[in-house]
Design a protein around this ligand. Sequence first.
Ligand code: ZN
Length: 455
Amino acid sequence: MKALFARHALLPEGWRRDVLLQWDDRGNLTAVQPNAVAASGISSVQYVMPGMINLHSHSFQRALGGLTEVAGDSKDSFWTWRDLMYRFARNITPEQMEAIAAQLFSECLRHGYTSVCEFHYVQRAPDGSMYPQASETAQKVIAAARHTGIGITMLPVLYSYSGFGEQPLKPEQARFRTDARDILKIIGELEPLRDAQIEVGVAPHSLRAASVAQIREVLDHLPKARPVHVHIAEQQGEVQQSLDFSGRRPVQYLYDQLPVDQRWCLVHATHLTGDEITSIARSCAVAGLCPTTEANLGDGIFPLEPFLAQGGRFGIGSDSHISQSAIEELRWLEYGQRLAQQRRNIAVSEQQRHVGDFLWQSALQGGAQACGRPVGALAPGKRADLIVLDDDHPNLDGLHDSELLGSLVFCGNDNLVRDVMVGGQWVVRGQKHVAQPAITARFKKTLAELRELRS
Ligand code: ZN
C-alpha cells in the first residue's frame, strides 16, 4: 500500500493529528484521513507539510550567485547587475544549463520546494540562430527537473524588444530573441512532454520586451487556463519608462490592454499605486514575490499589507537563486514589511493570526494557482508532494501545533526539511537528494568550464 502515517500533518484547514495519507501509482493523493489509527507496515513520521511551490526561477542564474557582490561605481543597480548576467548568458551551452538546473533543483528540493516555474529566456544559440529544435534549451531544463524529481511549469519567454515602444534588441540579447511565432513553435514542441509532473505555459518577459499585440497573439493560440507569467513594475526606472511611453504605469497599462485573470502571475509588482493594488487583487492574479532577489537587486518593498487587506493572492519565488530556501523568502517577505513600517506580525488575516502559518498556507495557494498544476495541499486529487520535518531538532521539540510554523519560519538557520516526496517518490532522504553526488560533480565541472570562459 502506498501510504504514510503522520502524527501531525498540515492540511488546508490547519494542523491535524494522526493523518493517514494514501496515493496511487500515478503519484496522486487518493485519501487524507485525520484521526486514523497507525497500521503496521505503514511508515510513521511526526511532522508532514505540503511541499512549497517556487513560482519564479531563471535556473542558469544559479551559477552567478555570489559573483556580483563587489562594488563597481556608486551607481551599482539592477541595470549593472543585468549587464553581468548578460555576459554570463552569452556563451552557456544547453548541456551546461541542464547541469546548473539539476544542481539548483536538487537544492530547492532539499529546502522544501517540490515544484518550480521556470521563466526561461535563453533560447537561441550563442550566434543568435535558433537551434534545429527550437525548444532545445527548454527541454534541457525539463530534463533536469525530471532527473531531480521536481515538478515543473515551463514558461518559454516572449522577448522581442529592449524597451518600451518596440526598441530593437541589443547584441547581448541575441540569445533571448523570440517573436510570437517562435514562442508558439517552442510551446508546440513541448506539448508532448506534458504529464503529471510537467506543465507548459508562457511568459511575456515584460511590457518592455514584448508588445501588447504580440502578447494577444500568443494568448489567442494558447490553450485556456495555461499559466501566463510576466515581470512587472520591478524597478522605478521601468515605471518611469512606461509613463514616458504610454502615459500609464506598467500595471495600469497591462490592465487597460489585456484581460488579466487568475491564470496570470505578476512577478515582483513592487511599485504600485492604490488603484493598481486594487486591480491586481480584484483580478485574482497572483503576485509573484521574490524577496531575497528583490533585496539583493535593491528593487524595493512590495506593499503587502494593503494588498492582503483587499484579498490579494501571492506566492514566492527564488528568481536569481541567491537563496534556495522557501523559509528565507517567507522570512524576508515579513521582515521587509516590519522594517519599513516599524511594526511586527504583519502577514496575518482575521482568521489566521500566526504569521508562519499564514505565510506558508498563502504561498502554497498562490504558488499552486500560478504553476497550473494540482499541488499545494494535502488533499485527494492533489499530487503527493510533501516534506517531512526533522523531529529530532530542538527547535521543534515540545511545541504545540500552532507554534510549529512560527519556529520553522522565524527561528534559526538549520534546514529542518529531512525527507521530501514528489508525486509519491522519495527524492530527498535524511537531507540528501538521492542523486546528489553525480548532480554536484557535474555542476562543479560546469562551473570550472564557465570560469575558463570568463578569464
Ligand atoms: Zn525574473
